[in-house]
Design a protein around this ligand. Sequence first.
Ligand code: TRP
Length: 362
Amino acid sequence: MSKIILTGDRPTGKLHVGHYVGSLRRRVQLQNSNEFDKIFIMIADAQALTDNADNPEKIRQNIIEVALDYLSAGLDPEKSTLFIQSQIPQLCELSFYYMNLVTVSRLQRNPTVKSEIQMRNFETSIPVGFFTYPISQAADITAFKATCVPVGEDQLPMLEQTKEIVRKFNAVYGETLVEPEILLPDNKACLRLPGTDGKAKMSKSLGNCIYLSEDEKELSRKVMSMYTDPDHLKVSDPGKIEGNTVFTYLDAFCKDEYFAEYLPDYNNLDELKEHYQRGGLGDVKVKKFLNKVLNEELAPLRERRRQYEKDIPYVYEILKKGSETARETAEQTLTEVKNAMKINYFEDEQLIKIQSEKYANN
Ligand code: TRP
Protein backbone atom coordinates (compact mmCIF):
# COMPACT_ATOMS: atom_id res chain seq x y z
CA MET A 1 0.00 0.00 0.00
CA SER A 2 1.20 3.53 -0.75
CA LYS A 3 2.36 5.66 2.13
CA ILE A 4 0.57 8.98 1.92
CA ILE A 5 0.64 12.01 4.21
CA LEU A 6 -2.10 14.59 4.52
CA THR A 7 -2.12 17.39 7.03
CA GLY A 8 -2.82 21.08 7.22
CA ASP A 9 -3.52 24.24 9.17
CA ARG A 10 -6.26 26.83 9.41
CA PRO A 11 -5.07 30.13 7.97
CA THR A 12 -6.19 32.36 10.83
CA GLY A 13 -2.77 33.89 11.50
CA LYS A 14 0.93 33.44 11.02
CA LEU A 15 2.26 30.12 12.26
CA HIS A 16 4.15 30.15 15.55
CA VAL A 17 6.85 28.02 17.13
CA GLY A 18 4.14 25.81 18.67
CA HIS A 19 3.03 24.83 15.16
CA TYR A 20 6.65 24.31 14.25
CA VAL A 21 7.64 21.87 16.99
CA GLY A 22 4.16 20.33 17.15
CA SER A 23 3.96 19.40 13.50
CA LEU A 24 5.73 21.50 10.89
CA ARG A 25 9.30 20.47 11.76
CA ARG A 26 8.26 16.82 11.63
CA ARG A 27 6.57 17.23 8.25
CA VAL A 28 9.77 18.57 6.79
CA GLN A 29 11.73 15.61 8.20
CA LEU A 30 9.17 13.18 6.80
CA GLN A 31 9.30 14.91 3.45
CA ASN A 32 13.07 14.66 3.35
CA SER A 33 13.10 11.01 4.50
CA ASN A 34 11.77 10.08 1.05
CA GLU A 35 9.76 7.33 2.72
CA PHE A 36 6.44 8.59 1.47
CA ASP A 37 4.88 8.14 -1.93
CA LYS A 38 2.87 11.34 -1.71
CA ILE A 39 2.63 14.28 0.66
CA PHE A 40 -0.31 16.69 0.70
CA ILE A 41 -0.19 19.82 2.82
CA MET A 42 -3.44 21.76 2.95
CA ILE A 43 -4.26 25.33 3.90
CA ALA A 44 -7.65 24.73 5.51
CA ASP A 45 -9.39 27.96 4.57
CA ALA A 46 -12.86 26.39 4.37
CA GLN A 47 -12.45 25.02 7.88
CA ALA A 48 -11.20 28.40 9.09
CA LEU A 49 -14.39 29.95 7.71
CA THR A 50 -16.55 27.70 9.91
CA ASP A 51 -15.95 30.09 12.79
CA ASN A 52 -14.94 33.18 10.81
CA ALA A 53 -17.86 33.48 8.43
CA ASP A 54 -18.11 37.22 9.08
CA ASN A 55 -14.42 37.81 8.47
CA PRO A 56 -13.38 36.15 5.21
CA GLU A 57 -10.79 38.88 4.65
CA LYS A 58 -8.78 37.63 7.61
CA ILE A 59 -8.62 34.15 6.09
CA ARG A 60 -7.81 35.56 2.65
CA GLN A 61 -4.89 37.58 4.03
CA ASN A 62 -3.45 34.70 5.99
CA ILE A 63 -3.30 32.18 3.16
CA ILE A 64 -0.09 33.70 1.87
CA GLU A 65 1.31 33.97 5.42
CA VAL A 66 0.82 30.27 6.04
CA ALA A 67 2.20 29.40 2.61
CA LEU A 68 5.32 31.49 3.34
CA ASP A 69 5.66 29.82 6.74
CA TYR A 70 5.45 26.39 5.08
CA LEU A 71 8.06 27.23 2.50
CA SER A 72 10.33 28.90 5.03
CA ALA A 73 10.18 25.81 7.26
CA GLY A 74 11.49 23.77 4.35
CA LEU A 75 8.44 22.26 2.72
CA ASP A 76 9.48 21.82 -0.88
CA PRO A 77 6.84 22.15 -3.61
CA GLU A 78 8.83 19.65 -5.68
CA LYS A 79 8.29 17.01 -3.02
CA SER A 80 5.06 18.04 -1.30
CA THR A 81 1.78 19.17 -2.82
CA LEU A 82 0.76 22.45 -1.15
CA PHE A 83 -2.87 23.35 -1.81
CA ILE A 84 -5.91 25.32 -0.65
CA GLN A 85 -8.88 23.41 0.74
CA SER A 86 -11.67 25.53 -0.79
CA GLN A 87 -10.29 24.87 -4.27
CA ILE A 88 -11.17 21.18 -3.98
CA PRO A 89 -14.99 21.00 -4.31
CA GLN A 90 -14.86 17.19 -4.10
CA LEU A 91 -14.24 17.59 -0.37
CA CYS A 92 -17.71 19.11 0.06
CA GLU A 93 -19.32 16.27 -1.80
CA LEU A 94 -17.57 13.66 0.32
CA SER A 95 -18.54 15.51 3.51
CA PHE A 96 -22.17 15.51 2.42
CA TYR A 97 -22.26 11.72 2.18
CA TYR A 98 -20.22 11.17 5.35
CA MET A 99 -22.73 13.29 7.29
CA ASN A 100 -25.18 10.41 6.98
CA LEU A 101 -22.79 8.12 8.83
CA VAL A 102 -22.32 10.29 11.94
CA THR A 103 -24.83 11.08 14.70
CA VAL A 104 -25.35 14.47 16.31
CA SER A 105 -24.59 13.01 19.73
CA ARG A 106 -21.29 11.63 18.45
CA LEU A 107 -20.27 15.11 17.30
CA GLN A 108 -21.34 16.58 20.63
CA ARG A 109 -18.91 14.27 22.40
CA ASN A 110 -15.84 15.51 20.50
CA PRO A 111 -13.63 17.02 23.25
CA THR A 112 -11.73 19.39 20.95
CA VAL A 113 -14.91 20.80 19.42
CA LYS A 114 -16.41 21.05 22.91
CA SER A 115 -13.54 23.15 24.25
CA GLU A 116 -13.45 25.27 21.09
CA ILE A 117 -17.17 25.99 21.50
CA GLN A 118 -16.49 27.12 25.05
CA MET A 119 -13.49 29.24 24.09
CA ARG A 120 -15.49 31.03 21.42
CA ASN A 121 -18.51 31.56 23.70
CA PHE A 122 -20.80 30.06 21.07
CA GLU A 123 -23.11 28.61 23.76
CA THR A 124 -26.29 27.78 21.84
CA SER A 125 -25.46 29.69 18.67
CA ILE A 126 -22.99 27.19 17.22
CA PRO A 127 -22.71 27.44 13.43
CA VAL A 128 -23.69 24.11 11.85
CA GLY A 129 -20.57 24.23 9.70
CA PHE A 130 -18.38 24.57 12.77
CA PHE A 131 -20.19 21.79 14.62
CA THR A 132 -19.67 19.42 11.70
CA TYR A 133 -16.08 20.29 10.84
CA PRO A 134 -14.77 16.95 12.13
CA ILE A 135 -16.75 15.35 9.29
CA SER A 136 -15.26 17.69 6.74
CA GLN A 137 -11.85 16.89 8.17
CA ALA A 138 -12.56 13.18 7.59
CA ALA A 139 -13.24 14.12 3.97
CA ASP A 140 -9.89 15.97 3.78
CA ILE A 141 -8.02 12.94 5.05
CA THR A 142 -9.83 10.22 3.13
CA ALA A 143 -9.97 12.09 -0.18
CA PHE A 144 -6.22 11.65 -0.42
CA LYS A 145 -6.23 8.11 1.02
CA ALA A 146 -3.85 9.37 3.68
CA THR A 147 -2.20 6.67 5.76
CA CYS A 148 -0.35 9.10 8.01
CA VAL A 149 -1.56 12.37 9.51
CA PRO A 150 1.13 14.28 11.42
CA VAL A 151 -0.63 16.73 13.76
CA GLY A 152 -0.70 17.99 17.32
CA GLU A 153 -2.49 16.02 20.02
CA ASP A 154 -5.53 18.32 19.94
CA GLN A 155 -6.33 16.64 16.61
CA LEU A 156 -6.65 13.15 18.10
CA PRO A 157 -10.47 13.34 18.32
CA MET A 158 -10.62 14.29 14.61
CA LEU A 159 -8.60 11.22 13.70
CA GLU A 160 -10.85 9.02 15.84
CA GLN A 161 -13.87 10.44 14.08
CA THR A 162 -12.25 9.85 10.69
CA LYS A 163 -11.48 6.23 11.52
CA GLU A 164 -15.07 5.64 12.58
CA ILE A 165 -16.34 7.10 9.33
CA VAL A 166 -13.95 4.95 7.31
CA ARG A 167 -15.02 1.78 9.13
CA LYS A 168 -18.69 2.62 8.81
CA PHE A 169 -18.39 3.52 5.15
CA ASN A 170 -16.45 0.37 4.30
CA ALA A 171 -18.88 -1.79 6.28
CA VAL A 172 -21.95 -0.35 4.58
CA TYR A 173 -20.71 0.19 1.02
CA GLY A 174 -17.72 -2.15 0.71
CA GLU A 175 -13.99 -1.66 1.18
CA THR A 176 -13.23 1.75 -0.35
CA LEU A 177 -11.62 4.16 2.12
CA VAL A 178 -8.27 3.94 3.91
CA GLU A 179 -7.92 4.21 7.70
CA PRO A 180 -5.32 6.83 8.64
CA GLU A 181 -2.87 6.76 11.52
CA ILE A 182 -2.10 9.86 13.56
CA LEU A 183 1.57 10.76 14.02
CA LEU A 184 2.11 12.75 17.22
CA PRO A 185 5.29 14.68 18.10
CA ASP A 186 7.87 12.36 19.68
CA ASN A 187 9.11 14.86 22.27
CA LYS A 188 6.75 15.55 25.17
CA ALA A 189 7.52 19.28 25.28
CA CYS A 190 6.40 19.46 21.67
CA LEU A 191 2.95 18.04 22.37
CA ARG A 192 1.81 21.44 23.45
CA LEU A 193 4.23 24.31 23.68
CA PRO A 194 2.89 26.90 26.16
CA GLY A 195 2.67 30.63 25.44
CA THR A 196 5.49 32.91 26.55
CA ASP A 197 3.32 33.84 29.57
CA GLY A 198 3.15 30.20 30.68
CA LYS A 199 -0.51 29.82 29.64
CA ALA A 200 -1.31 26.46 28.13
CA LYS A 201 -2.20 27.75 24.69
CA MET A 202 -0.41 30.15 22.41
CA SER A 203 -2.90 32.54 20.92
CA LYS A 204 -2.74 35.74 19.00
CA SER A 205 -5.33 37.43 21.20
CA LEU A 206 -3.30 36.69 24.34
CA GLY A 207 -0.17 38.14 22.70
CA ASN A 208 1.88 35.20 23.95
CA CYS A 209 3.10 33.74 20.65
CA ILE A 210 6.54 33.56 19.14
CA TYR A 211 6.03 33.54 15.40
CA LEU A 212 8.18 31.61 12.97
CA SER A 213 8.85 34.81 11.08
CA GLU A 214 9.77 36.77 14.24
CA ASP A 215 12.71 39.13 13.73
CA GLU A 216 15.72 38.96 16.00
CA LYS A 217 14.79 41.97 18.11
CA GLU A 218 11.22 40.89 18.79
CA LEU A 219 12.36 37.36 19.49
CA SER A 220 14.81 38.56 22.09
CA ARG A 221 12.22 40.84 23.70
CA LYS A 222 9.73 37.98 23.96
CA VAL A 223 12.24 35.49 25.32
CA MET A 224 13.57 37.90 27.95
CA SER A 225 10.04 38.54 29.23
CA MET A 226 9.10 34.87 29.39
CA TYR A 227 7.37 33.28 32.34
CA THR A 228 9.68 31.20 34.56
CA ASP A 229 9.35 30.02 38.15
CA PRO A 230 7.58 32.80 40.10
CA ASP A 231 9.20 31.62 43.36
CA HIS A 232 12.72 31.83 41.96
CA LEU A 233 13.40 35.34 43.24
CA LYS A 234 17.12 35.33 44.00
CA VAL A 235 19.76 33.68 41.86
CA SER A 236 20.76 31.56 44.84
CA ASP A 237 17.20 30.21 45.29
CA PRO A 238 16.48 26.71 44.06
CA GLY A 239 14.30 26.90 40.95
CA LYS A 240 11.53 24.73 39.53
CA ILE A 241 11.68 23.18 36.04
CA GLU A 242 8.10 21.94 35.86
CA GLY A 243 5.82 24.57 34.38
CA ASN A 244 8.84 26.78 33.70
CA THR A 245 8.29 27.96 30.15
CA VAL A 246 11.93 28.67 29.43
CA PHE A 247 12.85 25.07 30.16
CA THR A 248 9.89 23.72 28.24
CA TYR A 249 11.11 25.66 25.20
CA LEU A 250 14.63 24.35 25.73
CA ASP A 251 13.21 20.82 25.86
CA ALA A 252 11.60 21.45 22.50
CA PHE A 253 14.51 23.17 20.76
CA CYS A 254 17.84 22.60 22.47
CA LYS A 255 20.56 20.34 21.07
CA ASP A 256 23.73 19.39 22.97
CA GLU A 257 25.91 21.17 20.42
CA TYR A 258 24.44 24.52 21.48
CA PHE A 259 26.09 24.13 24.88
CA ALA A 260 29.55 23.83 23.37
CA GLU A 261 28.80 26.92 21.33
CA TYR A 262 27.01 29.20 23.78
CA LEU A 263 27.19 27.77 27.30
CA PRO A 264 30.32 25.59 27.61
CA ASP A 265 30.05 25.31 31.40
CA TYR A 266 27.43 22.63 30.81
CA ASN A 267 27.45 19.57 28.56
CA ASN A 268 23.74 19.22 28.13
CA LEU A 269 20.29 20.32 29.23
CA ASP A 270 20.18 17.89 32.15
CA GLU A 271 23.20 19.57 33.71
CA LEU A 272 21.68 23.01 33.25
CA LYS A 273 18.40 21.87 34.81
CA GLU A 274 20.23 20.28 37.68
CA HIS A 275 22.06 23.55 38.46
CA TYR A 276 18.83 25.55 38.23
CA GLN A 277 17.08 23.22 40.66
CA ARG A 278 20.01 23.29 43.06
CA GLY A 279 20.07 27.11 43.08
CA GLY A 280 22.73 29.54 41.92
CA LEU A 281 21.60 29.86 38.31
CA GLY A 282 19.73 33.00 37.31
CA ASP A 283 16.80 33.26 34.89
CA VAL A 284 18.54 35.86 32.74
CA LYS A 285 21.39 33.50 31.92
CA VAL A 286 18.99 30.72 30.91
CA LYS A 287 16.88 33.11 28.88
CA LYS A 288 19.89 34.47 27.03
CA PHE A 289 20.85 30.93 26.16
CA LEU A 290 17.31 30.13 24.95
CA ASN A 291 17.40 33.26 22.85
CA LYS A 292 20.61 32.05 21.16
CA VAL A 293 19.12 28.60 20.59
CA LEU A 294 15.90 29.97 19.09
CA ASN A 295 17.81 32.40 16.93
CA GLU A 296 19.98 29.65 15.56
CA GLU A 297 16.95 27.45 14.89
CA LEU A 298 14.88 30.19 13.25
CA ALA A 299 17.60 31.95 11.24
CA PRO A 300 17.46 29.57 8.24
CA LEU A 301 13.66 29.91 8.17
CA ARG A 302 13.87 33.69 8.20
CA GLU A 303 16.32 33.62 5.33
CA ARG A 304 14.22 31.28 3.19
CA ARG A 305 11.13 33.37 3.91
CA ARG A 306 12.90 36.49 2.69
CA GLN A 307 13.68 34.77 -0.61
CA TYR A 308 10.09 33.70 -1.21
CA GLU A 309 8.73 37.10 -0.12
CA LYS A 310 10.53 38.55 -3.13
CA ASP A 311 8.31 36.61 -5.50
CA ILE A 312 4.77 36.40 -4.13
CA PRO A 313 3.17 35.60 -7.53
CA TYR A 314 5.37 32.50 -7.63
CA VAL A 315 4.05 31.42 -4.22
CA TYR A 316 0.46 31.73 -5.48
CA GLU A 317 1.48 29.75 -8.54
CA ILE A 318 2.76 26.95 -6.27
CA LEU A 319 -0.61 26.87 -4.50
CA LYS A 320 -2.51 26.92 -7.77
CA LYS A 321 -0.54 24.03 -9.23
CA GLY A 322 -0.82 22.12 -5.97
CA SER A 323 -4.57 22.64 -5.91
CA GLU A 324 -4.88 21.22 -9.43
CA THR A 325 -2.95 18.10 -8.44
CA ALA A 326 -4.97 17.72 -5.26
CA ARG A 327 -8.22 18.06 -7.17
CA GLU A 328 -7.32 15.19 -9.49
CA THR A 329 -6.58 12.90 -6.56
CA ALA A 330 -9.76 13.87 -4.72
CA GLU A 331 -11.82 13.36 -7.88
CA GLN A 332 -10.50 9.82 -8.21
CA THR A 333 -11.55 9.01 -4.64
CA LEU A 334 -14.94 10.65 -5.10
CA THR A 335 -15.58 8.46 -8.15
CA GLU A 336 -14.73 5.37 -6.12
CA VAL A 337 -17.01 6.54 -3.32
CA LYS A 338 -19.91 7.11 -5.68
CA ASN A 339 -19.35 3.75 -7.33
CA ALA A 340 -19.37 2.06 -3.93
CA MET A 341 -22.60 3.86 -3.00
CA LYS A 342 -24.01 3.06 -6.44
CA ILE A 343 -24.86 6.65 -7.21
CA ASN A 344 -23.12 6.38 -10.54
CA TYR A 345 -26.37 5.84 -12.48
CA PHE A 346 -25.21 6.84 -15.92
CA GLU A 347 -22.05 4.75 -15.85
CA ASP A 348 -23.89 1.67 -14.58
CA GLU A 349 -24.93 -0.28 -17.67
CA GLN A 350 -26.24 -3.10 -15.51
CA LEU A 351 -28.69 -0.74 -13.86
CA ILE A 352 -30.04 0.55 -17.14
CA LYS A 353 -30.37 -2.98 -18.50
CA ILE A 354 -32.25 -4.28 -15.43
CA GLN A 355 -34.60 -1.33 -15.41
CA SER A 356 -35.25 -1.84 -19.11
CA GLU A 357 -36.07 -5.51 -18.58
CA LYS A 358 -38.41 -4.66 -15.76
CA TYR A 359 -40.51 -2.63 -18.16
CA ALA A 360 -39.97 -4.80 -21.27
CA ASN A 361 -43.21 -6.75 -20.94
CA ASN A 362 -45.50 -3.80 -20.43
N1 TRP B 1 -7.99 21.10 12.20
C1 TRP B 1 -6.66 21.42 11.75
C2 TRP B 1 -6.19 22.64 12.59
O1 TRP B 1 -6.97 23.23 13.29
C3 TRP B 1 -6.59 21.78 10.29
C4 TRP B 1 -7.02 20.66 9.40
C5 TRP B 1 -8.10 20.67 8.56
C6 TRP B 1 -6.40 19.38 9.25
N2 TRP B 1 -8.20 19.48 7.90
C7 TRP B 1 -7.18 18.67 8.29
C8 TRP B 1 -5.30 18.77 9.84
C9 TRP B 1 -6.87 17.37 7.91
C10 TRP B 1 -4.99 17.46 9.46
C11 TRP B 1 -5.78 16.77 8.52
O2 TRP B 1 -5.05 23.02 12.50
